[in-house]
Write a protein that binds this ligand. Sequence first.
Ligand code: NAG
Ligand code: NAG
Ligand code: NAG
Ligand code: NAG
Ligand code: NAG
Ligand code: NAG
Ligand code: NAG
Ligand code: NAG
Ligand code: NAG
Ligand code: NAG
Ligand code: NAG
Length: 421
Amino acid sequence: MEVLKRPAPVFVVFLGVLGAGCSQAVTLEVKEGSSTCIKAQLSALLLITYTTSSSTVDPPQRNASTSLPDSTAVDAASSSCGAGGRPPWLVAVFGSGHALGLSFSTNGSFYSVTNLTLQYNLSDAALFPGANGSGVVTVVSASVGIWAPINTTYRCVSPTTIRAGGAAVTFSAVRLEAYMPGNDLSPAESVCVADRSTTAAPPTSPSTTTGAPAPTPPGPPEAGMFSVRNASGAVCLLAKMGLQLHVSYASRSQNKTVEGLFNVAPNLTASSGSCGGSAASLVLTQQGTTLSFTFSMTSAANKYHLSGISLWANWTDMRAPFSASNTSLDYLRATLGRSYVCNAEQTLLVAPGFSINTFGLQVQPFAVSSSRFAAAEECLLDLDQTLIPIIVGAALAALVLIVLMAYLLGRKRSHAGYQTI
Ligand SMILES: *[C@@H]1O[C@H](CO)[C@@H](O)[C@H](O)[C@H]1NC(C)=O
Ligand SMILES: *[C@@H]1O[C@H](CO)[C@@H](O)[C@H](O)[C@H]1NC(C)=O
Ligand SMILES: *[C@@H]1O[C@H](CO)[C@@H](O)[C@H](O)[C@H]1NC(C)=O
Ligand SMILES: *[C@@H]1O[C@H](CO)[C@@H](O)[C@H](O)[C@H]1NC(C)=O
Ligand SMILES: *[C@@H]1O[C@H](CO)[C@@H](O)[C@H](O)[C@H]1NC(C)=O
Ligand SMILES: *[C@@H]1O[C@H](CO)[C@@H](O)[C@H](O)[C@H]1NC(C)=O
Ligand SMILES: *[C@@H]1O[C@H](CO)[C@@H](O)[C@H](O)[C@H]1NC(C)=O
Ligand SMILES: *[C@@H]1O[C@H](CO)[C@@H](O)[C@H](O)[C@H]1NC(C)=O
Ligand SMILES: *[C@@H]1O[C@H](CO)[C@@H](O)[C@H](O)[C@H]1NC(C)=O
Ligand SMILES: *[C@@H]1O[C@H](CO)[C@@H](O)[C@H](O)[C@H]1NC(C)=O
Ligand SMILES: *[C@@H]1O[C@H](CO)[C@@H](O)[C@H](O)[C@H]1NC(C)=O
């Protein structure tokens, strides 16, 4: 895979927003008799722009977003292993009449996804409220970019967006294989470009030297400015932050589990991602590291929050690549149209063995205009820091008052005592 030789800076932060639910991984298999020919484990977020019939809404376009639900199933009738001249085809059906299809082809040494087909049912009022139209719409994309050598599993943890018609499908945490030699995914993996590290370790990793002692805190991270642009080139997501990853992993040099602190170097980090009406993602890629953040809108109030974080890391000292994610987080809550600010150090617990320390953070995942942050909403930690001096001052004043009163009372009582004698 020649593309992989391209020196790609890699550290990934990914923000994706999921509609009603979280993006869960689904496992899909196409079988012929008892043998499996296509197997896929993936999460997919669908963003579909549709027209509403209400002429009072301007523009009449609306976005629907959903992720492939747990109940997604393979449609055995339309799926195929390639018999009778049909190409191998994985067709997954979900909800009321929706379907996602991937068709495959091979040239003997490589296999690839030839096209992606998305069918959505506008009559599903739960997903497409107020749609001007009904029935099933089919959109196709013939440039999917998923390919791998035969007898290997295609792996892509990083989110990848494929556009088809008015829809965008964002895959993440993908492992899939077609033309399978056995009934399970081949152990040999072909890693997608986005996940690949071109050098052995992130230069900022505290554990790069052989036989090094336990990683020492590398000091506060440098703040970086990251942004995501939408299809028309306008900045749609802004983030300014210093990031420090706290990961516990099995160390090769120390032959035990160690706590590693890793500062994200903005300098060596590429950002990407996607924006949507209810979901936005920021992906930061640095050598050997992929970190993703997911922001979603809270449907009831005009609020957004950080709802998901995932990390994939392969640092030199790691016995095996580390990966962890959590899609049910509720951090950095702020109002739509505002940015969220937290200058104080903040710790975001993600999963056992993985947390992130943020420094000097300001983010705005929605409603960015003119490439600038909107008015800020400050975090409680920051407010505390301005409140503490006031509280301490008030407490001192109260103390002085109490001492004074005690003194005056004591004087009065002892005076009274003399009188009785
Ligand atoms: C709804 O669809 C009808 C028929 O396709 C069309 O004439 C009408 O302009 C559409 N309404 C809106 C608001 O787009
Ligand atoms: C589309 O959705 C409607 C309403 O949920 C349902 O009645 C219909 O059967 C669905 N169409 C297909 C092809 O499943
Ligand atoms: C997509 O692939 C399927 C299966 O290979 C094929 O039937 C269909 O015609 C293709 N669609 C397009 C637009 O190429
Ligand atoms: C198969 O396709 C791959 C990727 O497109 C290409 O590099 C390779 O040369 C092709 N092999 C044959 C035998 O055509
Ligand atoms: C793939 O694996 C099968 C079974 O192990 C083997 O027969 C076949 O030759 C392999 N194909 C390639 C292209 O390596
Ligand atoms: C992790 O990095 C090492 C080199 O440091 C490499 O040999 C190994 O293949 C990588 N693992 C994965 C799964 O990418
Ligand atoms: C990109 O964002 C700008 C500014 O918010 C907006 O005007 C434009 O329509 C967006 N483009 C797309 C393709 O979403
Ligand atoms: C690593 O630790 C295990 C158990 O703690 C031990 O059995 C093994 O010999 C150690 N390996 C090395 C290379 O020190
Ligand atoms: C970028 O990194 C280089 C070394 O890798 C360093 O010398 C330089 O100061 C960095 N620039 C910034 C703005 O941090
Ligand atoms: C729908 O999503 C597109 C692309 O993310 C965005 O440009 C557009 O503004 C959204 N429209 C609405 C009505 O939210
Ligand atoms: C995800 O985060 C939530 C809230 O912080 C926590 O309760 C939950 O245990 C986490 N899940 C995993 C798998 O770590």
